[in-house]
Design a protein around this ligand. Structure first.
Ligand code: ADP
Length: 240
């Protein structure tokens, strides 16, 4: 699924959060929205998701205008910073959730759901946790479960908002590799928000540097790091 964002604007009161953004994301690409806090990354991600409506501009999936389409119709999967796993449900029930809440007509059978959940748990190498509760897992394991859960509904687009921000450095490094590996296996178009240059450099095919609601530069990690296009990008990336 390709994503096209054309002249998108979003303000909160007098504050311009997203300022005339144009962006193209190719099918299967793993893209990082990178920038300092308050630069509009999350707002842009939420506009792509359909969790936030832009004031103006167009969002297209595979060339189709979906600007006014509801989040539930867009076929997106999410992972948030604070693993929004349901505490009262087992790991199995958490991963199965998106499938079990489908309308009866499109809901897979119990056996199909079980097969899907176990294959996803195997993919994140946590099949042995199926009957446990989130509180019995480490932070890194929970976030791998959150990834499995987001993938259960076979999203056309996977969106992650500071997915590893709450974890310590070692676990974060491990999860970056997980994200990259899962992405390469499933090849779903993925956009993740981070303020961590290293994370963007290690994981992404393409980095989009944002500042004050605008895109300062975009390109492969090498392009952005080797030839920063302006003093902001140079300074921001220099502060690793
Ligand atoms: P980032 O993800 O880069 O940190 P955000 O997109 O979260 O940036 O936010 C950009 C700015 O927009 C922030 O300064 C924030 O205060 C403001 N903002 C975001 N969401 C809202 C909201 N719902 N209401 C008011 N202001 C908001």
């Amino acid at each position: 699924m390709s994503i096209h964002i054309q002249q998108v604007n979003k303000h909160f009161g007098n504050f311009v959060a997203v300022d005339s953004v144009n962006l193209e994301i190719k099918t299967g690409e793993l893209t990082a929205l990178l920038g300092p806090s308050g630069s509009g990354k999350t707002t842009l991600l939420r506009i792509i998701a359909g969790l936030e409506q832009a004031d103006s501009g167009i969002v297209k999936f595979n060339g189709e205008d979906i600007t006014t389409q509801h989040v539930s119709e867009r076929g997106v999967g999410f992972v948030f910073q604070h693993y929004a796993l349901f505490k009262h449900m087992t790991v199995f029930e958490n991963v199965a959730y998106g499938l079990t809440v489908r309308p009866r007509k499109t809901r897979p059978s119990k056996a199909e759901i079980a097969e899907k959940v176990h294959s996803l748990l195997k993919l994140v190498q946590l099949d042995w946790t199926a009957d446990r509760y989130p509180s019995q897992l480490s932070g890194g394991q929970r976030q791998r479960i959150a990834l499995a859960r987001a993938l259960a509904v076979e999203p056309k687009v996977l969106l992650l908002d500071e997915p590893f921000g709450a974890l310590d450095a070692k676990v974060r490094a491990e999860l970056r590799r997980w994200l990259r590996r899962l992405h390469d296996e499933i090849n779903v178009t993925t956009v993740f928000v981070t303020h961590d240059q290293e994370e963007a450099l290690e994981v992404a095919d393409k980095i989009v540097v944002m500042n004050k609601g605008r895109i300062e530069q975009q390109g492969t990690p090498e392009e952005v790091y080797d030839t920063p296009s302006n003093p902001f990008v140079y300074e921001f990336l220099g502060n690793v």
